[in-house]
Design a protein around this ligand. Structure first.
Ligand code: SF4
Ligand code: SF4
Length: 157
């Protein structure tokens, strides 16, 4: 299945110490380092995201977030999508880890809000209840799904 990032920004909120701007080299160009791999890279803010990049209120209010993350309506977007490091491009998230009543891992939910699970009971609930009843908006669906599963006796982290 193709992974479609829904641009919720969760995975970038704690990466401020890992994606580091070393120096600004132009209006929208930067020398950077991906600290976890020690890899230097240059980044130019995507042309279509410069409008949101110039507003620094979000990174000012969220010092742990990656310096290139910006709100755009309901989304939190990477403003260097073209030049972001390989770790970011290939990242596949998990937004929920689901355990059964005994604490045994039962499945995970990715940022696309699709379930990965071999648990037949959880799969049944997901396919027959959650996919039919969940709110259409992903932002509303995520807490709704967590609460729904909790009501069914699952633990969601
Ligand atoms: S470079 Fe982009 S994808 Fe990578 S952590 Fe920063 S905002 Fe997220
Ligand atoms: S947590 Fe997942 S869906 Fe959200 S921005 Fe990161 S990769 Fe995309």
């Amino acid at each position: 299945m193709v992974f479609n990032c829904r641009q919720c920004g969760s995975c970038c909120m704690a990466l401020g110490d890992y994606i580091v701007i070393e120096r600004q080299t132009g209006n929208f160009t930067f020398d950077c380092e991906c600290v976890s791999t020690g890899t230097a890279f240059t980044a130019e803010v995507d042309e279509d995201k410069r409008r949101i990049f110039v507003d620094h209120s979000f990174p000012d209010a969220h010092p742990s977030a990656c310096r290139f993350l910006r709100p755009d309506g309901d989304l939190l977007r990477c403003t260097i999508h073209r030049d972001s490091p390989a770790q970011c491009k290939f990242y596949r998230c998990v937004v929920m880890r689901i355990s059964d009543r005994s604490g045994k891992p039962a499945g995970t939910v990715r940022g696309t809000l699709d379930l990965h699970s071999d648990d037949p009971d959880l799969r049944h609930i997901w396919d027959n209840e959650i996919t039919r009843k969940r709110p259409k908006s992903d932002a509303e669906a995520e807490p709704w799904i967590a609460a729904f599963l909790a009501e069914k006796g699952y633990r969601v982290q």
